[in-house]
Design a binder for this molecule. Structure first.
Ligand code: ADP
Length: 338
């Protein structure tokens, strides 16, 4: 179900982004607004689907998480990097107060980031004009407490018991503020899955959400961390400096093939060859000897993992880098791919 829902959405989001970024035949103002609407609705739907599928997984006891010592500073930094643009756009300032540095909580890195993104984006969305948000963390006994405090409109006493229910948007339903009503339900379940708790206090001056997680360890190595942005910039520079390279893309879905062809059109020095099924992909890899292979995972006859195995057995392709590109990129799939 996950794959069936995400694949067409990837096309909707990907193609609308391409239309917006098209320099050769730019959209006029009206078209640009319409395409922007398609894109943001697609993203909204993807968030909702991801959250609901996660909830279903948790309820079935099948959410895969890996609990390990997780540096709260790093997760907080990454979260802020994601949300700073939203805060800037909304005119909300974010303050960070680390009452204890280099603290490790026993948590799943990606899931903790998801929790902080949910809480911080709510704190920004449901704030007042020129309001502020404070993200802070501290150690109390053997626990790490992460607080997200806002100067927003607050949550009334009769609503506060219901905000963690799925699809309950309390007073926000007709407020014009975008949301799905699933974020807090998922946040609480994820926190509990990591053996933690979440509490909220609110009055007319604002709300404070506190996540409590088990403390892992206070003595931590360096927190050297490379952000995704830096890696992407590096990738763009590398692509620009290459000449006459061949990329093989093995993908059975015509919409994804088209999307990739449109993307590669902007890189004149790269020749994209597409194989619409895995056995053909194997043959084309042998004849074209590509510099890079991009593999879909869900394909008829042979999946991406099996194809990768076959490619690795081919001596002429030794050392050829392969990237998996799939709508099924949940943490477990990524782990298996790596
Ligand atoms: P949504 O997608 O609607 O933001 P959530 O599950 O994250 O859904 O939150 C549920 C509801 O709780 C929101 O619709 C909003 O009414 C209320 N809420 C959540 N966070 C805050 C906050 N920081 N301040 C005020 N109200 C909030």
């Amino acid at each position: 179900m996950s794959h069936e829902l995400r694949t067409p959405l990837n096309s909707i989001i990907g193609f609308s982004e391409l239309l917006q970024a098209n320099r050769k035949t730019p959209l006029n103002e009206k078209q640009s607004k319409q395409v922007h609407q398609i894109n943001s609705s697609g993203k909204h739907l993807l968030t909702l689907i991801n959250d609901i599928l996660d909830l279903a997984k948790i309820e079935a006891g099948k959410l895969s998480i890996s609990l390990e010592p997780t540096l709260v500073d790093s997760v907080a930094n990454e979260t802020l990097e994601v949300l700073q643009p939203l805060a800037d756009k909304s005119g909300i300032s974010i303050l960070v107060k680390a009452n204890a540095q280099h603290i490790e909580a026993m948590a799943d890195y990606t899931r903790l980031k998801q929790v902080l993104i949910n809480l911080l984006s709510n704190a920004i969305k449901y704030n007042r004009q020129q309001g502020s948000v404070e993200l802070s963390w501290e150690v109390v006994d053997q626990s790490v407490l992460v607080h997200v405090q806002d100067t927003g409109i607050g949550i009334s006493d009769d609503q506060i018991d219901h905000i963690f229910e799925p699809l309950n948007r309390s007073n926000a339903e007709n407020s014009g503020i975008e949301g799905t009503g699933v974020g807090l339900a998922l946040t609480r379940k994820v926190v509990e899955y990591m053996n933690g708790t979440i509490d909220v206090k609110s009055d007319h001056t604002g709300s404070t959400f506190t996540v409590t997680l088990p403390l892992a360890n206070c003595q931590v190595k360096s927190d050297s961390f490379t952000s995704g942005k830096v890696q992407n910039d590096q990738l763009n520079t590398d692509l620009a400096s290459q000449s006459e390279k061949v990329v093989l893309y093995v993908e059975d879905n015509p919409a994804n093939q088209r999307l990739m062809q449109d993307i590669f059109e902007d890189f004149e020095s790269i020749n994209l060859v597409v194989a619409h099924e895995p056995f053909l992909g194997l043959e084309m890899a042998k004849t074209h000897r590509p510099d890079l292979i991009i593999l879909d995972i869900n394909m008829p006859g042979m999946d991406g993992f099996q194809l990768l195995k076959r490619l690795k057995q081919e001596p002429s392709l030794e050392g050829t880098p392969c990237i998996a590109l799939s709508a099924n990129a949940m943490p477990n799939d990524v782990k298996r791919g790596i």
